[in-house]
Design a protein around this ligand. Structure first.
Ligand SMILES: CC(C)(COP(=O)(O)OP(=O)(O)OC[C@H]1O[C@@H](n2cnc3c(N)ncnc32)[C@H](O)[C@@H]1OP(=O)(O)O)[C@@H](O)C(=O)NCCC(=O)NCCS
Length: 172
């Protein structure tokens, strides 16, 4: 497939179907998210999303990222303990994915840039957790200067867990 340059723009409600289709594709190729994609729309759009962006190419949604309100995630708790920040100064970078044919064109990095710029403008420090198995994502975060703050077991499904690493965004 030949792809035109990727556009990054804020998520709009009528992107939901295309974003859900992209997520199902990523689950098929990468097993992300580990929770599965039974209801991809609800996983992408919810009350705890503060802001989100999509990557678009050839009129098709090829990627997504969100900044979310903390909901007791291990990365949030670790960061609050280490920094003394209050929870209302923390945001969670989540729901990052790019479909395989659109990868390695900086869509992932540019989606991250949008989330980081939003967090700076709103006085939020971003944290995230990433499954140890998601090597490309870990590589991207470290290349962008995110710092490892700990490890956890990400709970999902019926008592299952997946090893995960927690990161905090760089300050500059
Ligand atoms: C992680 C993920 C979002 C990265 O998306 P991406 O669009 O490929 O990211 P980027 O293009 O910004 O960077 C990826 C690589 O492409 C390279 N790249 C970027 N632009 C490029 C270009 N024009 N030409 C060649 N390579 C390029 C980057 O240098 C980087 O290489 P590196 O990993 O060797 O350093 C994607 O792999 C993904 O969706 N993975 C599955 C879901 C997942 O794990 N999500 C994370 C959840 S926490």
């Amino acid at each position: 497939m030949t792809l035109e340059p990727v556009i990054i723009r804020p998520f709009a409600d009528d992107d939901l179907v295309g974003t859900a289709a992209a997520l199902v594709e990523v689950h098929h190729t990468d097993g992300y998210p580990v929770e599965g994609v039974e209801d991809p729309g609800a996983w992408i759009k919810s009350d705890v999303v503060l802001a989100s962006w999509v990557a678009e190419s050839n009129g098709r949604i090829v990627g997504h990222v969100a900044v979310m309100k903390p909901q007791g995630e291990a990365a949030v708790n670790l960061w609050i303990k280490q920094s003394g920040d209050s929870e209302d100064r923390v945001g969670v970078l989540a729901r990052l994915f790019v479909v395989q044919p659109a990868r390695k064109q900086a869509a992932g990095r540019r989606l991250m840039d949008s989330a980081v710029a939003y967090a700076r403008a709103h006085g939020l420090r971003l944290v995230l957790d990433v499954m140890t198995k998601d090597a490309a994502a870990i590589h991207l975060y470290e290349r962008l200067g995110w710092r490892k703050i700990g490890e956890t077991l990400h709970p999902f499904g019926n008592g299952k867990t997946s090893p995960a690493v927690c990161y905090v965004a760089p300050t500059n």
